[in-house]
Design a protein around this ligand. Structure first.
Ligand SMILES: NC(=O)c1ccc[n+]([C@@H]2O[C@H](COP(=O)([O-])OP(=O)(O)OC[C@H]3O[C@@H](n4cnc5c(N)ncnc54)[C@H](OP(=O)(O)O)[C@@H]3O)[C@@H](O)[C@H]2O)c1
Length: 258
């Protein structure tokens, strides 16, 4: 059976990816920091789908963690066919007031681990001329994000990087797909301090299962990029016609308390 490695699988969109991949016939390698949540998801999936599920607790913001994970999987004889780079977090607040260590951690996770894992696993996919990567970005990628400046910038990186990889890898039968969710009901807003913002109070949040399914369907069709939800897609499209400064002002309004 093909094997999917999913980062950030302990909650939210990553947990739904795990359930969807299992339903679609994948064995799983699940990673995040919270071991009990990973174990509980693993036993749910083993029980319902009868798949092999491996769990590796890792803090992927640690610069050594991606290589450690790759080595541990090699030693266990596990070959990965699909990498879902989903782990990530955001923070709301003025750039110069937010915790500096947490901001650097965000860059190491949202950009560093995603890039390093792609670099470690892609050569195998290219060599075998099969497999793929599904990277989770955000609609935040499409404009500057005052009050979430670092987060929006990390997601702009993910889109740019992933679209370039899609172009490089497609000649080798390897798909790289980027999923851009809008506000989604997960642990994200609580962790980011964003629960009281217009973005999450707007009543237009989506559920994690639908968002993961949209990403999965796009990956299966070999698409380069998909925005989750018609409204988010429409807003992303309209943003292209606004000036960068107007788009930044609109994003700022959404990151303020309602
Ligand atoms: N929810 C939204 O509104 C939204 C919108 C656009 C994009 N996204 C993106 O969607 C992705 C999934 O987020 P989510 O919404 O599902 O939020 P979530 O429920 O908070 O899930 C985030 C996942 O990342 C893991 N994670 C966080 N820090 C980690 C670290 N240092 N090392 C390893 N794993 C770590 C968490 O597990 P542990 O805490 O157990 O480590 C968790 O499994 C993220 O990339 C996020 O930026 C979310």
């Amino acid at each position: 059976m093909p094997v999917a490695l999913i980062t950030g699988a302990s909650t939210g969109i990553g947990r739904e990816f795990a359930r969807i991949c299992a339903r679609d016939g994948y064995d799983l390698v699940l990673t995040a920091r919270s071991l009990p949540q990973l174990e509980s998801l693993a036993s749910e999936i083993r029980g319902s789908a009868g798949h092999t599920v491996h769990v590796f607790a890792k803090d992927l913001s640690n610069p050594a963690a991606s290589a450690e994970l790759h080595d541990e999987l090699s030693r266990a004889g596990l070959s990965i066919d699909l990498l879902i780079n989903n782990a990530g977090f955001g923070l709301v607040g003025k750039f110069w007031e937010l915790d500096e260590a947490a901001q650097m951690e965000m860059i190491r996770l949202n950009i560093g681990a995603l890039t390093h894992l792609s670099r470690l696993f892609l050569p195998g996919f290219i060599q075998r001329r099969s497999g793929g990567i599904l990277n989770v970005a955000s609609t935040a990628a499409f404009q500057p994000g005052p009050l979430m400046a670092v987060y929006y910038a990390t997601k702009a990186y993910v889109v740019s990087f992933s679209e370039a990889l899609h172009n490089e890898a497609r000649d080798y039968g390897v798909t790289v797909t980027t999923l851009c969710p809008g506000p989604t009901r997960t642990e994200f807003d609580k962790r980011a301090g964003a629960s009281a913002t217009r973005l999450f109070k707007s009543g237009r949040t989506m559920d994690a299962r639908s968002v993961a399914q949209i990403g999965w369907d796009a990956f299966k069709r070999g698409k380069s990029l998909v925005v989750a939800g018609r409204l988010n897609a429409a807003m992303g499209f309209l943003t292209r016609f606004a000036s960068r400064q107007l788009a930044a002002s609109m994003a700022r309004r959404f990151s303020q308390p309602e």
